[in-house]
Design a protein. Structure first.
Lengths: 394, 366
């Protein structure tokens, strides 16, 4: 037995080494002007609507860009038309899967650039891979403050960060005359914890008084957290988390939070939220990047075309998905050599005044995070535009 | 305030008890820890979901709230029957062939079946969570007058440029809107003569319902096990399966029936679970299944009253221990740790009383 095993050892070693050889061989493939874009999104699982919407937005952007005509790129001294090859991987709403997908896209598919993901914890995992392999990566929608700082110069995003979002929510609360807030935080999500801290900081500085309550992503029974919040008798309840938990939480709080306004961040922006919450009289507001019924011609045009194609009104993730491909293509046009990661990353960092559906996007060298407008959306039988909060101000 | 937490705990505990019953009954007879039991619960939840979503019993025309009750009645029965039949099928296909192969083989088969059912559910129903379908109550537009008492919706169908037909719910009248002639005309212009309201059940009433259902089921199970011939056969088989067979008891039938009853009750738990917590997904059986197993162990695995008591104790412990840690010791994050607390509680119980609260000490046969 031992002998057979020993004789098999060289074979085993060969089997292990083989993938390495083929992976190295990939470099030799001659480029015909195809930009391989790896996309990591939660297509299934607890954040599935984020993935679905983002991917729809990206697909719509791709058809628009292609029908407008893609630019030519220089490959080996020749001008060839650019081709976009989008390779989608489902991170199944799990952080580890997001990291694995990024790794396999970088090493297996040899992508030139990565797009993704939505939940900040998951994007952090992708950014870590991008940083190690020095592949440019843009997140369409992750807002956690430390994200791009940790990610380094190859990583960027096209949405505002939670420092801004938290402050907007806090000012909004204070403006409404709500002085006492109960903040409900998902302990397991960077986004949730960071947004809650930012909210608390501005809210307290403005004379408000906030208490924290905790749950974790895996929870389905929120009855006790709901009770805790109700005991505090706050003026406003801020759910800092994602729709998959916030929806059932609001439903379970139907009696106990009756009459209390509820606010949330862009994590609540999902078409699924309405179904999860059920029929409620609760006054719910959330901050987001976009509202499909905002009084803006460009937005309405996008919303109309999106709905005609996909049958649903677009949420913020759809608009950000649309914009992220626009930003990427703008960078590809400007880059000296778009197939060189360093050159492409530099071009992305130098993004200036790209007009998108979610506003004008300019990145900076420091944090590679744009300063953008936010909207406040009211939840009433659907997500309805309530108010525009201009960039920088509140 | 304490009472509120206690009720939350009892509501959750009743669901644990519904699942724990199946664990304990099966263990009592063939000494198998049926890890797939959480998946029977999940399948029950899905069946209930589809009944509530698609049957539209509300349209039959009975006065409210009869249709809603009827809706849940049908969903509960369908969920229980399907879960029960699935359990019988699983037992026949997966467990019976390995019953003689020893307990480890059976245990591993159970883990395998559990994973298999989860993955089938992912393939068939998709991995995405679905929100609980609130019962819809339809009204003819002509019946509505004055200020709207609820939000009224209607479904609209349209075709996308990709050729897909999509149904979307449109909010036509918000609560508090006054339904005047212009509004009525504009709704009629859109082609709707009927609207519906979505009845989101109050979580408290669902909680009471679950606890009452458990109270209702307990004597039924007691009667089944203690007062029927089949119950007598079950007890005999659990005492000594070989001797029972020699006495002419059809062990296969007894085991199949035990699986059926256990999963039947879990189906009730499944519908209660999604009604309480608002969504249904393929992994939904995992954690409650595990906790119900803990509950069965706490109560003393193999004992039916033990499963009910264990479930309730675990549910209450999950609510009350963090509550005490929070209120008395000022630990703000206590509720984020409730799962860890539940399992720590199991360890404590087992250290103090290794056979569980109502379990019989087991003698090793030499």
């Amino acid at each position: 037995m031992l002998r057979t095993l020993r004789s098999l050892l060289p074979l085993l070693a060969l089997a292990l080494a083989l993938p390495l050889v083929t992976a190295c061989g990939g470099d030799e493939v001659k480029n015909d002007g195809t930009l391989r874009v790896g996309v990591v999104l939660p297509m299934t699982g607890a954040q599935a609507t984020y993935g679905e919407e983002s991917w729809n937005g990206i697909k719509l952007a791709q058809s628009d860009l292609e029908s407008a005509g893609l630019p030519t790129v220089r490959v080996g001294g020749e001008d060839v038309p650019l081709k976009l090859n989008l390779i989608l991987r489902d991170e199944v709403s799990k952080k580890q899967q997001a990291a694995d997908n990024a790794k396999s896209l970088i090493e297996g598919e040899q992508v030139h650039v990565l797009l993704g993901s939505v939940a900040s914890s998951h994007t952090k995992a992708i950014f870590k891979e991008a940083k190690e392999s020095e592949v440019p990566c843009i997140s369409p929608a992750s807002t956690n403050d430390t994200l791009t700082v940790q990610g380094g110069p190859y990583t960027s995003r096209i949405c505002f960060k939670d420092g801004f979002q938290g402050a907007v929510l806090a000012r909004f609360s204070l403006d409404q005359g709500w002085k006492k807030a109960a903040i409900v935080v998902d302990k397991a999500q960077d986004y949730s914890v960071g947004l809650a801290e930012n909210y608390e900081k501005t809210f307290k500085a403005g004379g408000g008084n906030a208490s924290m309550h905790y749950y974790v992503t895996e929870d389905t029974d929120f009855s006790n957290v709901v009770q805790n919040v109700a005991n505090d008798n706050p003026d406003v309840i801020f759910i800092s988390g994602y729709y998959a938990q916030a929806g059932p939480m609001i439903k379970q709080a139907k009696d106990k939070w009756a009459g209390k306004p509820i606010i949330g961040g862009d994590g609540l922006d999902s078409p699924e939220l309405i179904g999860l919450v059920g029929d409620t009289n609760a006054e719910i507001y959330l901050t987001s990047h976009f509202a499909a019924d905002a009084p803006d011609e460009q937005v309405q045009n996008f919303a109309k075309r999106y709905k005609e194609r996909f049958g649903k009104s677009p949420g913020a993730m759809a608009a950000l998905g649309y914009d992220v491909l626009g930003v990427l293509l703008d960078a590809v046009k400007r880059a000296e050599d778009p197939f060189d990661p360093e050159s492409l990353a530099k071009a992305i960092r130098e993004t200036k005044n790209v007009k998108g559906i979610t506003g004008t996007i300019s990145l900076d060298n420091e944090e590679r995070t744009p300063v953008k407008d936010a909207v406040i959306v009211k939840v009433a039988g659907g997500l309805k535009f309530h108010k525009l909060i201009p960039a920088g101000g509140s | 305030m304490f009472f509120d937490y206690l009720m939350n705990g009892l509501g959750l505990g009743a669901i644990f008890a519904f699942i724990a019953l199946g664990y304990t009954m099966v263990y009592g007879i063939i000494k198998l820890i049926n890890f797939a039991h959480g998946e029977f619960f999940m399948v029950g939840a899905y069946v209930g979901y589809f009944c509530l979503r698609d049957l539209d019993i509300e349209r039959v025309g009975l006065p409210q709230p009869l249709p809603i009750l009827l809706d849940f009645f049908v969903a509960l029965w369908a969920a229980s029957l399907v879960a029960g039949l699935l359990a019988v099928l699983t037992e026949r296909v997966a467990y019976r062939p390995v019953r003689k192969a020893g307990r480890i083989a059976a245990l591993l088969t159970a883990v395998g079946v559990s994973l298999l059912l989860q993955n089938i559910a992912v393939q068939v129903w998709g991995a995405n969570p679905r929100s609980f379908p609130d019962p819809r109550v339809f009204h003819a537009l002509d019946d509505l007058e004055g200020e709207a008492q609820a939000n009224y919706y209607a479904d609209r169908e349209f075709t996308t440029t990709q050729g897909e037909t999509v149904t979307e719910a449109v909010l036509l009248i918000s609560q508090g809107d006054v339904l005047d002639a212009t509004k009525r005309a504009s709704i009629e212009d859109q082609g709707f003569d009927e609207v519906y309201e979505r009845v989101t059940l109050s979580p408290k009433s669902v909680q009471y319902f679950v606890i009452l259902a458990l109270i209702g089921w307990t004597p039924i199970l007691w009667f089944l096990v203690k007062r029927t011939r089949m119950g007598k056969a079950m007890r005999a088989a659990s005492e000594d399966a070989d001797a029972a067979r020699l006495m002419g008891i059809n062990i296969n039938l007894v085991v199949a029936l035990t699986f059926f009853v256990g999963a039947f009750v879990a189906g009730v738990g499944g519908v209660a679970y999604i009604a309480t917590y608002g969504k249904v997904e393929p992994m939904l059986g995992f954690l409650p299944g595990l906790k119900a197993f803990v509950a069965a162990v706490i109560g003393g695995i193999g004992s039916i009253p033990g499963a009910i008591i264990g479930g309730l104790i675990l549910g209450v412990a999950e609510a009350i221990i963090p509550f005490v840690l929070q209120e008395v010791f000022g630990w703000e994050e206590a509720f984020a740790w409730k799962d860890a607390i539940a399992f720590a509680f199991l360890i404590v119980v087992l250290v103090v009383k290794p056979t569980g609260l109502l379990g019989k000490p087991m003698r090793e046969k030499v």
